[in-house]
Design a protein around this ligand. Structure first.
Ligand code: NAD
Ligand code: DAO
Ligand code: ZN
Length: 368
């Protein structure tokens, strides 16, 4: 079938709106009619050419929501008409990783997903017979996309696509890091480095689980009102204090119980470890640093009980956890609406990237 997609032909070039040919779903795959997709920094990172795994030409996008309109042979977990959120971290429930119960990093289709193809090694997208590659197993910048059955979470039908698409990445990454990775407990002290689309969701996760002190750290003070609305109790501007780690220690009598780095900067990653309380503080790295960068600290920081860990997709098992997060939104436990700052049609998607680069949006959502 012919579909409409924003195609990334080359790194560093704007996306191009094209008619693309899409083959139907093969065994174990589903065809999803995309209703909405968010634009995330990771799409921009890949488009910029800085992503060492970036493949072109490709259809980017990984933060979508839509409806299953066809299924391939052998598909059992979803059917036509089901509402779904595509998962860039699949959940097969059968691989060593899924069965370990220790990680959400399902490896069932890791190799082919990383090469921009479906599990049989081929792409479903093409233009004039030339393959266009998939992206993160989801390719949500197209009005129809094919993905493996294990890469969709079935969600309730009354959830609005233009809001819950954000659960496909930013919301789950932030809220999940608090709940699944750090397991923040009521009464805790928390520091959040970076008050963007991820950091604000860490803040609302920390408030939801009952953290007492939530310190936001950002060089942009215009982030203060929304962060405060989401639960931030204190703000530290690195440009206004001589030492960020000491400023956080002063607020918390020695350091936080949990910190989250949501920027992707190796300097703030170090600060996020060193602002943790001696003996037990845990720092969770969420931000993705540029290729080849390294983090450092004095090993004595770890010897004296601080813990460094990381979190991908909020440690969430997509098919299991994403429907629950949709429920939390529908029940008013978490706010997504305030974070959707812009909406536009696919034709304007490059404007959405521009807004993000200028720091003027939290989330832009494309509606099909
Ligand atoms: P964003 O640009 O919306 O937010 C970043 C914030 O950090 C901005 O408010 C900015 O002002 C602030 N900032 C920048 N430099 C700073 C500094 N030196 N000190 C303090 N504040 C600074 O980005 P986002 O969408 O929230 O994404 C954050 C990071 O999370 C990115 O690296 C992204 O790739 C990553 N990410 C990770 C996962 C995961 O699963 N681990 C998922 C999605 C995104
Ligand atoms: O299993 O090796 C693997 C792949 C894990 C991918 C995790 C991606 C999380 C960070 C990228 C940001 C996604 C928007
Ligand atoms: Zn698995």
């Amino acid at each position: 079938m012919d579909v409409k997609a924003a195609v990334a032909f080359k790194a560093g070039q704007p996306l191009s709106i094209e008619t693309v040919q899409l083959e139907g779903p093969k065994a174990g795959e589903v065809l999803v009619e995309m209703k909405a997709t968010g634009i995330c920094h990771t799409d921009a990172f890949t488009l910029s050419g800085d992503d060492p795994e970036g493949i072109f030409p490709a259809i980017l996008g990984h933060e979508g929501a839509g409806v299953v309109v066809d299924i391939g042979p052998g598909v059992t977990s979803v059917q036509k008409g089901d509402h779904v959120i595509p998962l860039y971290t699949p959940e097969c429930r059968q691989c060593k990783y899924c069965l370990s119960g220790k990680t959400n990093l399902c490896q069932a289709i890791r190799a082919t997903q990383g090469r921009g193809v479906m599990p049989d090694g081929t792409s479903r997208f093409s233009i004039d017979g030339e393959p266009i590659y998939h992206y993160m197993g989801t390719s949500t910048f197209a009005n129809y996309s094919v993905m493996p059955e294990i890469s969709v979470a079935k969600i309730r039908k009354d959830a609005p696509f233009d809001k819950v698409c954000y659960i496909g990445c930013g919301v789950t990454t932030g809220v999940g890091a608090v709940i699944n990775t750090a397991k923040v407990t009521p009464g805790s002290t928390v520091a959040v480095f970076g008050l963007g689309g991820i950091g604000l969701n860490v803040i609302q996760g920390a408030r939801m689980v009952g953290a007492d002190i939530i310190i936001g750290v950002d060089i942009n003070p215009s982030k203060i009102p929304l962060a405060t609305q989401f639960g931030m109790t204190h703000f530290v501007n690195p440009k206004e204090v001589s030492n960020v780690v000491e400023a956080i220690a002063d607020i918390t009598d020695g350091g936080v119980d949990y910190s989250f780095e949501c920027i992707g900067n190796t300097t703030t990653m170090r600060q996020s470890l060193e602002c943790c309380h001696k003996g037990w503080g845990e720092s969770v790295i969420i931000g993705v640093a540029g290729a080849g960068q390294e983090i450092c600290t004095r090993p004595f920081q770890l010897v004296t009980g601080r813990v460094w860990k990381g979190s991908a997709f909020g440690g969430a098992r997509g098919r299991t956890d994403v429907p629950k997060i949709v429920d939390w939104y529908m029940n008013g436990k978490i706010d997504i609406d305030s974070l959707i700052t812009h909406k536009m049609p696919l034709e304007d998607i490059n404007k959405g990237f521009d807004l993000m680069h200028r720091g003027e949006s939290i989330r832009t959502v494309v509606e099909f």
